[in-house]
Design a protein around this ligand. Structure first.
Ligand SMILES: [Zn+2]
Length: 325
């Protein structure tokens, strides 16, 4: 069955997009370890600002003032060991729990670089974040971030390792998810599209994704009209993983972080910013705004409806009354 589906999918991609796309599909979706180290991509036009990882970690520690800060993993590479941090803060009793994962793919730099500013945003907007229990993992792939690479030190894609858990990074993320049982997970990414969009798994209310996209648009962020796979988005800025994609991921054994969250029906949003833009401040700002918009929806849902709960059936209709302001 897996072989049959892979053949059909590759044939479809070949007919619609050509052989380069086949190779990219195999590399990005079917390969767990496509490289032999943290090698940068050569085929894409990614605007990669230089990253000083030590400085980034310093800033993350500074902005974590008022949070509890723990090292959840140490990633050895050559003669150094790089930490993956977990910054946490408690919310009010009964408050919902939000988990943010910054920078699983090291060459999608805006997601990783946004982490310190997200912590300062949490302090700046107590009316949004005050009641939430918040956990932030960053940088989720420090060696990839250091080298501008999608992959970790071993050349593995952490976001394809949520079945085998062969990487230190995926194991550390799984431990946090299993221990904290978040009501919503946000994973911050970028890609080759020209606008911003969010991907909602089947465990995620589509109206939550639409509300986040609407708020981004009203803040001046340009929304994508096509996904990273090139398909047209019926709602600009929103891609919903319907039953076909969810089923295909299962059959193809694409063991992503989102698929892992879906196993426990945990709502999960992937942010996808445009990595080709040279304006890195805009790209980072878009990620911060997406987190803020999602947090706002989580708070509204919790206070008015109480429908966000991990492991529970999501009641999509309840989101019809949510405000996007
Ligand atoms: Zn990514």
């Amino acid at each position: 069955m897996r072989f049959f589906l892979i053949t059909v999918l590759l044939a479809t991609v070949a007919l619609t997009s050509g052989c380069t796309k086949i190779r990219q599909f195999d590399r990005f979706f079917l390969s767990e370890c496509a490289e032999d180290g943290p090698n940068p991509e050569k085929e894409f036009d990614i605007a990669l600002p230089p990253v000083d990882l030590s400085e980034h970690l310093d800033r993350l520690r500074q902005e974590a003032a008022g949070f509890s800060l723990n090292t959840i993993a140490e990633v050895p590479y050559r003669d150094r060991v790089w930490p993956i941090y977990l910054a946490s803060k408690s919310g009010s009793k009964g408050g919902k729990r939000l988990l943010i994962i910054a920078g699983v793919h090291g060459n999608e730099v805006a997601g990783a670089l946004a982490a310190p500013s997200i912590l300062s945003d949490v302090r700046a907007y107590p009316e949004i974040y005050g009641g939430l229990h918040l956990d932030l993992i960053g940088p989720a792939n420090p060696v990839g971030l250091l080298h501008g690479a999608r992959y970790n030190a071993q050349g593995c894609d952490i976001n394809r390792d949520f079945a085998n858990f062969a990487t230190i990074e995926a194991r550390a993320i799984r431990e946090v998810i299993d221990e904290t049982r978040p009501d919503l997970i946000l994973s911050l990414h970028e890609g080759p599209h020209d606008g911003f969009f969010v991907i909602a798994t089947r465990s995620t209310p589509s109206l939550l994704a639409e509300a986040v996209a609407a708020e981004l648009k009203s803040s001046g962020i340009e929304l994508a009209t096509h996904s990273n796979l090139g398909s047209r988005l019926s709602v600009p800025g929103v891609m919903e993983e319907g039953w076909f994609i969810t089923g295909a991921k299962t059959v193809l054994r694409i063991s992503s972080l989102g698929a892992y969250a879906h196993q426990s029906s945990t709502p999960f949003l992937t942010t996808e910013g445009p990595w080709g833009l040279s304006d890195i401040d805009y790209r980072v700002r878009a990620q911060i705004l997406a987190v803020r918009a999602a947090a706002k929806q989580l708070v509204s849902g919790a206070s008015r409806l109480g429908t966000f709960s991990a492991g529970a059936e999501v009641q999509e209709a309840s989101y019809n009354v949510l405000s996007v302001n």
